[in-house]
Write a protein that binds this ligand. Structure first.
Ligand code: 9MR
Ligand code: ZN
Length: 536
């Protein structure tokens, strides 16, 4: 048998008809593409390699015109690599990414009817206690575990839910499949059913004065035990500006969507958003969140709330049409924001999404016109990074930090939005290449989504996967990926000296390269919804 080619780096879930096939080649020689009968259907001619700065690899990125459904083989000398072209070929993996959030549900049993072998009893059902005020004892049920730990963090949760809501708003046909979750078949698309699980929890995280608690976690991370065995007290940690503004934005966004499904819920959501906004107005001086003494769970430190406030003002204006929100949004926009940032720390891009797709008629010169111009310019920069990378990855070599998958998938979102606004095919292809990156077209030759790909992540830093006694990790979760910063000493010891895009360990302790997180799944969900929609 011929060797399974080490000179090929491709999307390990294959391709779909009608879209170009991208493959990174580590050979300058001719590459033949053969159909199942062994007939050459396409030839990539000999071509020069160039060094990819992030990985040190000498590569070239080939683009093969769209192919009909079928099985194909790439061949270079003795090496070959098979792949399939299938209609709806990426549906399964993108559904799995959404279902991945279901597996993160807290406070309810995961029944085997929905969770299969990964079923487990309800977890974290005891009442939470206020960290500052121990007389505050109340149930705060639900929500998603944030990542490999069992914490639940307001800002990151709000951003995750919002990525998913926008995925559905912009690409409904790309994400409307039934996911076999408890609510399936209730008339609401399943992606929204899953989001609602988080929204209900978020509403519980609001204090009576309108502010949101920053997080609900224990004082320390749990050991690697199943969630139902994690019985220590969970605390409502102090409120924060960033959490309040992010939850405010998310609730105003949700209110508009649920108007068509459940006006009562929509009403509750918009009222929560308004109360959060009023708290922010009454507390104009930003105080960054700090973990109280003795608390070691995720910090989610953020040194500015301007971007969260901008996003919140945009969404509230879209939800209510009240001019004061518009005035605030314009003022905050005028302070200068990075409109292509879509992560938990900088949410400016979420505000941009609102301006571009919800405020076209109502946003006028600033909130539509200027945001659009600014956005197009910034996304052009992302396309340039993509072109400069040998692997077509939207990240410069010096920016591979903890969770590098986030800026990479954010790059995909930015290029997708550009494509929606301009129809520029280079943007579509740039976005596709980030999808391919996540699924295997990368220097590690690895699909970052558990349960998928021919070369798989097997040991994510994820407590259930690490303690359930099942060999395969919980499926549909995306790993943070290579991190050139070597945050952990043991990671540093094993990886020091390697180029950043190769600093990755498929080892359970390596939270700094192999943890999963809900807000890494969600931009991949957005991108998956897009690729599905344009290929159906
Ligand atoms: O995603 C976060 C990353 O940007 C930070 O560099 C890192 C270290 O502070 O923390 C990451 O978030 C973790 C959070 O603090 C706790 N839950 C797991 C998260 C993913 O690793
Ligand atoms: Zn739990």
């Amino acid at each position: 048998m011929k060797k399974q080619g080490s000179v090929f780096r491709i999307n390990q879930e294959g391709f779909v008809p009608g879209l170009p096939i991208h493959a990174v080649l580590l050979t300058d020689g001719e590459v033949r593409l053969k159909d199942p009968e062994g007939k050459t259907v396409y030839t990539v001619p000999h071509g020069e390699l160039r060094e990819d700065a992030a990985s040190g690899d000498r590569v070239r990125l080939a683009e093969i015109p769209p192919l009909a459904e079928g099985k194909y083989t790439l061949e270079s000398g003795e090496e070959q690599r098979e792949f399939a072209v299938r209609a709806r070929g990426w549906r399964e993996v993108s559904n799995a990414l959404i279902k991945g959030l279901y597996f993160q549900r807290c406070g309810c049993a995961l029944e085997s009817a929905h969770a299969g072998v990964y079923h487990h009893p309800a977890c974290h059902t005891a009442p939470a206690v206020g960290w500052d005020d121990r007389t505050l004892v109340r149930r705060v049920p639900g929500g998603w575990h944030d990542a490999g730990d069992y914490g639940k963090y307001t800002g990151p949760g709000a951003v995750t839910a919002a990525h998913m809501i926008y995925a559905w708003k912009l690409f409904p046909q790309g994400c409307s499949d039934e996911l076999n979750i408890p609510e399936s078949g209730n008339g609401l698309p399943d992606i929204l059913n899953e989001v609602k699980y988080e929204l209900d929890w978020l509403l519980e995280m609001q204090r009576s004065d309108g502010a949101f608690y920053h997080k609900l976690t224990k004082a320390q991370f749990a050991p690697f035990i199943m969630p139902q065995d994690d019985l220590e007290t969970e605390y409502l940690m102090p409120v924060s500006h960033c959490a309040t503004a992010a939850a405010c934005a998310c609730m105003a966004l949700a209110a508009r969507v649920w108007q068509g499904y459940s006006p009562a819920f929509a009403n509750r959501a918009v009222l929560a958003a308004k109360r959060a906004w009023d708290w922010l107005q009454a507390h104009p001086d930003f105080v960054p969140y700090r973990n109280p003494e003795g608390v070691r769970t995720g910090w989610y430190g953020d040194m500015s709330d301007r971007d969260e406030r901008f996003w919140a003002a945009c969404e509230l204006y879209a939800a209510t049409g009240e001019e004061n929100y518009r005035t605030e949004a314009e003022k905050l926009y005028g302070e200068g924001l990075n409109l292509t940032a879509f992560g938990w720390a900088d949410v400016s891009g979420m505000g941009a999404l609102c301006c571009l797709f919800e405020l076209k008629e109502k946003g006028g010169e600033v909130l539509y016109g200027r945001v659009k111009e600014d956005f197009l310019q910034r996304s052009e920069q992302i396309l340039q990074w993509t072109k400069a990378s040998g692997y077509g990855t939207a990240l410069p070599a010096d920016r591979y930090g903890w969770g590098s998958i986030l800026p990479i998938m954010s790059g995909a979102i930015a290029m997708i939005i550009n494509w929606l606004l301009t129809g520029n095919e280079k943007m579509r292809d740039g976005a596709l290449q980030q999808w391919h990156y996540a699924l295997g077209m990368n220097a590690l030759d690895l699909c970052f989504i558990t349960g998928y790909g021919t070369h798989r992540v097997m040991h994510p830093h994820h407590r259930p996967s690490g303690s359930d006694g099942i060999e395969d990790p919980v499926p549909g979760l995306i790993a943070g990926g290579p991190n050139g910063n070597h945050n952990y000493p043991q990671t540093k010891e094993k990886l020091e000296g390697l180029p950043p895009a190769k600093c990755y360990l498929d080892e359970l302790p390596s939270a700094d390269t192999n943890e999963i997180a809900i807000y890494w799944n969600s931009p991949a969900i957005f991108t998956g919804a897009f690729v599905n929609q344009i290929s159906t």
